[in-house]
Design a protein around this ligand. Structure first.
Ligand code: PMP
Length: 389
């Protein structure tokens, strides 16, 4: 039967990792894969997480099954950090642990599709390349619209409002909570209020993807837009990833929060989330969530984590500022948030940067600012000049 399968394209970012690893040039620069890197180019285990893992190793006395909901205390401890204390305590809220933000997106899509088969989701472009496939695989119909002008490095906010004004009540709207991937261009506070108002007026269902909380303007600041929208919406979903802000990537740590119209509906949501979890992965992997729970349960570790996260965000901002200061044409990167900006370079420029200068970026022109050391800023700018980008 398998002859019937069409060959699938390999993930171009994973191919980029391999190409970078195989490049023998000592001065090569990796701006490709979306992970945080320190000034030495490492993606270390955060000290607060290491400390929690040490405690786990010492104290964990069983690895017996937890259940499809995963670590309930993890989901509860995380909720106020994401949603704020008030929403976290709402009887309208249901939450479940998921394998990363990807698992949360998939589960959220499946929940919506179970409630309303053939439901539509509006997706601003460009977006994380996995958004549309995951939402589609979860049973939603994806309608995309242009939301960012890369040449001008601006959010096409009016076009966004115009597109969403065509959405019908009950349609889902996918929004990046902060640190937009792949552009770093987030709505400002006033724009979030307009979005919240539109969502409320038209009865739309925001589905906020928050994968980089704390890596932009700050832990609280990065959640402001999400909270503005949630306060206005009757129903909403939040796909959360701890994989970046706790550095847990391969441990696949995340959660899905769903706000329902009332407590009774939230109960139905909770039971459906468990049922969907059960038929997907039965139960999520425990280790990362247990480590996050331990960090959040202990004041000293929580403070240490906040400090480490703030230092990571600080380094990213320092790289952004240095790049903008060194090259006026790149001034826009200083105003953008999180790991990514998109340099809007054409394919031939991107390939020339790789071949001639050992500078690796995604085929889309997206760069990971954390992949750059401050000491490499001059070299990157010289390479961009040399290829006319
Ligand atoms: N959403 C966005 C915008 C992302 O960039 C990512 C990770 N690259 C995810 C979700 C998924 O994160 P996770 O690794 O936790 O599945």
């Amino acid at each position: 039967m398998f002859e019937a399968l069409a060959e699938q394209p390999s993930d171009s970012l994973l191919a980029l990792i391999k190409a970078f690893a195989a490049d023998p040039r000592p001065g090569k620069i990796d701006l490709g894969v979306g992970v945080y890197r320190d000034e030495e180019g490492r993606t270390p285990v955060m000290a607060a997480v290491k400390a929690a893992e040490t405690i786990l190793l010492r104290e964990q006395d069983s690895k017996s099954y937890l259940g499809p909901e995963g670590d309930v205390a993890f989901v509860e401890r995380l909720a106020p950090i994401v949603l704020g204390a008030e929403q976290a305590a709402s009887p309208r809220l249901a939450g479940i642990q998921t394998p990363g933000g990807s698992g949360a997106l998939r589960l959220g899509a499946e929940l919506v599709a179970a409630a309303r088969p053939g439901a539509r989701v509006w997706l601003g472009m460009p977006s994380w390349p996995n958004h549309a496939p995951v939402l589609k695989a979860g049973g939603l119909v994806v309608t995309s619209y242009e939301a960012v002008d890369l040449a001008g490095q601006t959010l096409l906010f009016e076009a966004m409002i115009a597109a969403l004004s065509q959405a019908a009540a009950g349609d889902v709207v996918l929004l990046h909570g902060c640190c937009h991937n792949p552009t770093g261009i987030d709505p400002d506070a006033a724009q979030w209020r307009v979005l919240a108002d539109l969502v409320a007026r038209r009865g739309l269902v925001p589905f906020v993807d928050l994968a980089y909380q704390g890596l932009g303007r700050g832990l609280e600041e990065d959640a402001e837009g999400l909270r503005t929208v949630l306060a206005a919406a009757d129903e909403a979903l939040v796909a959360y990833s701890c994989d970046k802000n706790f550095g847990l990537y391969r441990d696949r740590t995340g959660a899905l929060y769903v706000l329902a119209r009332d407590a009774r509906a939230a109960g139905a949501v909770a039971s459906n989330l468990k049922a969907l979890s059960r038929v997907n992965w039965s139960m999520p992997p425990d280790h990362g969530a247990a480590a996050v729970r331990l960090v959040l349960e202990r004041d000293d570790l929580a403070a240490q984590w906040r400090g480490e996260l703030a230092a990571m965000a600080e380094r990213i901002r320092a790289v952004r500022t240095a790049l903008a200061a060194r090259e006026p044409r790149l001034a826009f990167v200083a105003a953008q948030n999180g790991l990514f900006s998109n340099l809007a370079i054409d394919r031939s420029g991107i390939e020339a940067l790789r071949a001639r200068h050992g500078v690796y970026m995604a085929d889309s022109g997206r760069i990971n600012l954390a992949g750059l050391r401050l000491a490499e800023v001059d070299r990157l700018v010289a390479a961009l000049d040399a290829v006319g980008a």
